[in-house]
Ligand binder design. Structure first.
Ligand code: 13P
Length: 287
């Protein structure tokens, strides 16, 4: 089936109380691993490319992988731009066939964030592309975006309500206490804030910083309105460790395809585990 927008996918998840996993592919094989894992579990899935990955491979290469793998898949696949900060890149992703984009102007003053996000919503609407936008600032390191602990701040519920009223978003990413990368201490997730923002906006919420969050925390976030859970760092670690572990266990094996297979299987196992945890297994049938 053709690549789909996140909008209907996440509305379905939100109505039924599960979340769709959004994983960051770093190459063709990691994209294939997530799509195959999703097919095995009959789950929708979101492949989200970081800006760095887009720059590394270019628009045409990534969209050709996504079309080849996604259009032959038996489950709905969305190709999403994660943390778009460059308006030209966001527009190019929309023009090249991404079915969903994130505008992250969360470091700008509220009105400017709103105006930039509105522009993206206008571009996206013309092509049926879903939009994610962020409010408040999510801490930690996400590729080239570094938000120090002292700069991270939670989303304000009044502003969140206005933001979502003025923008037709597929998913809203308020800062709710999670952070990108592995957690140094106990994550301090603002569960009440998630609930309040979801009640006041009626918009499915994105849970950023999924790596290292305990299962119970993720379940509580899903119950309160998170319909998209982002996993990036964990997948990167498995990408590297899957390859290295095979090599340390088989130091004489220099057949690259066996190393790549081990790496691929390790990624697929992680994605299967996350899909089951988020409750989206079997949901492709009705999504
Ligand atoms: P992690 O790298 O912590 O999994 O966060 C991913 C993310 O939120 C991408 O936007």
């Amino acid at each position: 089936m053709p690549l789909v927008s996140m909008k209907d996918m996440l509305a379905h998840a939100s109505e039924r109380g599960y979340a769709v996993g959004a994983f960051n592919p770093v190459d063709y094989a990691s994209l294939k691993a997530m799509i195959e894992a999703a097919e095995e579990l009959e789950s929708p899935v979101i492949a989200q490319t970081s800006a760095k990955t887009v720059r590394y491979y270019g628009y045409k290469t990534i969209i050709s992988w996504a079309r080849e793998l996604g259009e032959n898949a038996s489950v709905p696949i969305a190709l999403h731009l994660d943390h778009g900060k460059d308006m030209n890149m966001i527009k190019s992703c929309i023009d090249h066939g991404w079915t969903s984009v994130m505008i992250d102007a969360s470091d700008k003053p509220f009105e400017e964030n709103l105006a930039l996000s509105r522009k993206v919503v206008e571009w996206a609407a013309e092509k049926g592309v879903g939009v994610e936008a962020e409010l408040g600032e999510i801490g930690g390191v996400e590729e080239e975006i570094v938000v120090a602990e002292e700069d991270a701040h939670l989303a304000d519920p009044d502003k969140a309500e206005r933001f979502c009223r003025e923008l037709d978003l597929a998913v809203f990413a308020p800062a709710i206490g999670t952070a990108h990368g592995y957690y140094k201490g106990e994550p301090n997730v603002a569960f009440d804030l998630i609930q309040e923002i979801f009640q006041r906006t009626g918009t499915p919420l994105a849970l950023h910083g999924g790596t290292g969050l305990p299962d119970e925390t993720i379940q509580r976030c899903i119950q309160r309105g998170c319909a998209k859970v982002n996993i990036s760092t964990n997948l990167k670690h498995v990408f590297v460790e899957g390859f290295c572990d095979y090599h340390s266990e088989n130091p004489q094996d220099y057949e690259p395809l066996r190393l790549l297979k081990a790496q691929y299987e390790a990624m697929k196992n992680l994605i299967r585990e996350k899909i089951s945890q988020f409750g989206s297994a079997g949901m492709a049938k009705s999504a």
